[in-house]
Design a protein around this ligand. Structure first.
Ligand code: PDD
Length: 285
């Protein structure tokens, strides 16, 4: 079944072929993207996704196709037209279409698309079981804080994980843990929740922000510092966060049990707290 598609101010469906072959998103990866979750047709943590999209567009000098309120109303219009109640919206804004040359002109008109898609979020059993990871060398570009569509290293790391029969790749840079191929990583070390600081090495995850705030709100100390890969052996719990996963325990890395090999109490508590925060978003409309 086709999904509802927004493109440059109008609505159609994903059946329609809408992009020119010389769109710079396709030719140069000259674009940023967002993925947000919706439950009962209500966007979850939309303000955080907008802030990151706006920051990324400014960082790579693509004119903003929306302001915050036209963005929110466009997304709500999209969800009104969407057949399913729960799912994800994928948004991409590219620099636009022009004859292929590396130089881009300053007056290009961006291509803005967004489409909704049904999505099955992890159920209670999966959230209890957790995921397994393998480490992969982080060979990404040096601006991982921009959610650009240059995802070839992420896609290849993810494929390696799939071939190894696990769920996610942990990107490691010279012995330092950065993040998952599509998630942020947290470790519980000596009773403290530790995660990579916000800098150019990681994506500033919207779920990461919420997990940190929820942990701090419970009186659990959170340190934003770089974790060495060999520290992971002594972590009492490890989990990753992402829009599509929520808070997800990690029970094995490179074939070795980690974080006690099962979901820990702090992870369970944060899963519940995040579910509650999402329910509040739905209740608040
Ligand atoms: N990815 N780090 C990377 C490299 C990611 O691609 C993602 C999410 C995250 C988590 O960010 P957030 O909590 O805002 O979803 C961290 C999305 C889900 C994707 O590419 O599909």
């Amino acid at each position: 079944m086709p999904d509802v598609l927004y493109i440059n101010g109008r609505f159609t469906t994903t059946d329609e072929r809408v992009l020119g072959v010389e769109d710079r998103g396709f030719l140069f990866g000259d674009a940023v993207y967002e993925v947000f979750k919706f439950l009962r047709k209500t966007p979850i943590f939309l303000a955080g996704h907008w802030r990151r999209l706006e920051r990324g567009l400014r960082a790579i000098e693509i004119p903003l196709p929306w302001d915050e309120s036209s963005f929110a109303s466009t997304m709500r219009d999209l969800l009104e037209r969407t057949a399913c109640d729960d799912g994800i919206v994928y948004i991409e804004v590219s620099r636009g279409e022009a004859a292929r040359t590396h130089f881009y002109s300053d007056d290009m008109k961006p291509t803005a698309i967004a489409y909704s898609r049904r999505y099955t979020f992890p159920d209670a059993a999966k959230k209890a079981r957790g995921i397994r990871m393998i480490t992969q060398r982080d060979v990404r570009w040096r601006h991982c804080d921009v959610k650009s569509v240059n995802l070839l290293p992420n896609a290849m790391a993810k494929k390696a994980a799939q071939r190894a029969g696990v769920d996610e790749a942990l990107l490691v840079d010279d012995g330092l843990v950065r993040e998952g191929a599509s998630s942020n990583l947290f470790a519980v070390l000596d009773g403290r929740v530790v995660t990579h600081p916000l800098d150019e090495h990681i994506l500033p995850g919207v779920t990461r922000d919420h997990a940190i705030a929820l942990a701090r709100g419970r009186g659990i100390p959170v340190d934003e510092r770089v974790i060495a890969v060999n520290e992971l052996h002594s972590a009492s719990e490890i989990f990753v966060t992402a829009t599509t996963l929520g808070v997800m325990p990690v029970v094995q890395i490179d074939g070795r049990a980690c974080g006690g090999g099962t979901r820990g109490p702090l992870t369970t508590d944060l899963q519940r707290a995040l579910d509650d925060a999402e329910s509040r978003e739905v209740a608040g409309g």
